[in-house]
Design a protein around this ligand. Sequence first.
Ligand SMILES: [Zn+2]
Length: 284
Amino acid sequence: MRRISPNIHAEIYYWGCNPGFLTTSDGVFMVDTPQQPIDAVRWRERIAAHGTPKYLVNTEPHGDHIMGNAYFPGVEVIGHRLMLPRYEETIPRMESPERAEQTKQMDPDSVWLLNHPDFPPNPPTRLFDDELTVRLGSHTVQMIHMPGHTKPQTAVFFPEEGVVFPGDNVFHRVKTFIQEGDPWEWLGALKRLDALDIETIVPGHGEPCGKDYLPRQAEIIEAWIGVVEGFVDRGMSEEEAAKQPLPKVDPYPIGQRLYAITESLDVRIVTNLHRQIMARRANS
Ligand SMILES: [Zn+2]
């Protein structure tokens, strides 16, 4: 566990995302949860030493950020309005035999915690549209809707600490996942992150970084857009584009054991960007 600022800690090395929390005089405010059940209960123990968790916000609907919610029963979960249907769609996958089998193979310590009656799904119940500000102790927490990597994408800004958690709108020196979402909205979100008064970004994946990484993140997204625009300009269909050999547009490796979809990831990125580019051209 890493101390990020006077009152914020985060874990950078779990399988899945980087969860974090703020300690206040009135309890703990959590951001995202570890995807592996055993990590989630370990995380709960770490947090208990700092206070009682009062709130949990999910930055995005992907499993690696929300599957651990179940291990924090009774904690009020905050999320963008579009988070709730996405969470509900993920429940069958969380409870599936495939996940149980994968857990047996890759994380046996977690097996006894899967589908445990004490830990039912814990979806967001406090929903917001553009922005939500919560006061806890003497701290302010600002949830800001910043669509990009996903539609419900939320940046969690701690102004007194100079820290933001943008979820996967920032992949710091690990491979950028653009398998869904609007890349131009994402570039806009990076500009909005740059305008925040912060010293530290705790990315969805990778080591904490500063604003100086934001232009690098933008370059990777722009490079992907450029490659797929080239395919569209040559008249390729989605299927044809997905079969093209790709130049190396992203120099970074997959982070945090997310390799399960490594092989299909590039195809999913090309497919998503092809759709986004076609839609944008149809509207212009
Ligand atoms: Zn993620």
